[in-house]
Design a protein around this ligand. Structure first.
Ligand code: XBP
Ligand code: MG
Length: 261
């Protein structure tokens, strides 16, 4: 029974990937970039604090270019810089795949439970991410199983739109494919850039933070939580929301309450 008195019923959940489904940035993307740099004979090393600064730029190719402009300007003289960045990034994706196949990066608390619950309640599930499409496949297959791509109704990823987050384009693209209005959906994000993208597309947005994003500005979010939580491993609230007075994990009912507010 729907216990809320709102009029908009939840039709889809749009998940970000990196930092939201899994903590892929620090121990997945970052080492994959470093392995690609080594393969290309570069002395570049992206340590944990530096990578935190570079995360302000979404998209791996864009992040490499930003790094060159800020820290390695000698590379600006390379002939065919765009193509070189693209091939370096391709190597990075190959290394990321290897890391995902090792299966060391788990889904964050509550993600698997919520995805299966949404499926069982016929609520659509979509992905809206700036990461390369193959990375989504590698992560999902290593965590949710070989056939898990079928759990998702729409997957929007990478260069499918020209402007990456914080631009709303990937969310517009996914909403168009879902044929739904933003008010019928909820986005789940982990970063300020992701929140800005979702809000610009008019999507109600729930934030689950991680070590890289905890201190960011989440004004406009429905709620800011440590993670999605589990009945036996509750989330903590980063910003207080009375909806969670006696409920400490996210399920379809709480998502429905959040968008009905
Ligand atoms: C993710 C990103 C991506 C990943 C790396 O942002 O910015 O660039 O860091 O992936 P979000 P690629 O979680 O907001 O989608 O190297 O494939 O771009
Ligand atoms: Mg993210």
């Amino acid at each position: 029974m729907d216990t809320t008195n709102n009029h908009t019923s939840l039709k889809a959940v749009l998940f970000d990937v990196d930092g939201t489904l899994a903590d892929t940035e620090q121990d997945g993307h970052r080492p994959a970039f470093n392995a690609a740099f080594q393969e290309f004979g570069l002395s570049w090393q992206w340590d944990i604090p530096l990578y935190g600064k570079l995360l302000q730029i979404t998209g791996g190719k864009e992040r490499i270019r930003f790094y060159i402009e800020q820290y390695a300007t000698e590379a600006l003289n390379k002939a065919g810089l765009d193509e070189w960045i693209a091939s370096l990034h391709k190597a990075k994706t190959r290394h990321f795949k290897k890391l995902m196949e090792q299966g060391d990066i788990p889904l964050r608390p509550g993600v698997k439970r919520l995805i299966h619950e949404l499926r069982s309640k016929n609520i659509k599930i979509a992905i809206a991410t700036t990461t390369t499409p193959e990375n989504v496949t590698y992560l999902l297959q290593s965590t949710l199983g070989k056939d898990s791509m079928g759990l998702f109704d729409v997957i929007g990823a990478g260069d499918i739109v020209p402007k990456k987050k914080p631009a709303p384009d990937i969310y517009y693209w996914v909403l168009e494919k879902l044929k739904l209005a933003p008010s019928q959906c909820i986005a789940i994000e982990d970063s300020e850039n992701g929140l800005l993208a979702a809000l610009a597309a008019d999507l109600p947005t729930l934030i689950t933070v991680n070590n890289y994003t905890r201190q960011q500005n989440f004004d406009g979010a429905l709620a800011v939580l440590s993670d999605l939580g589990e009945p036996e491993q509750n989330f903590t609230q980063v910003s207080d929301n009375p909806i969670f007075a006696d409920k400490h994990w996210i399920d379809t009912e709480t998502l429905q309450q959040l968008i009905g507010k």
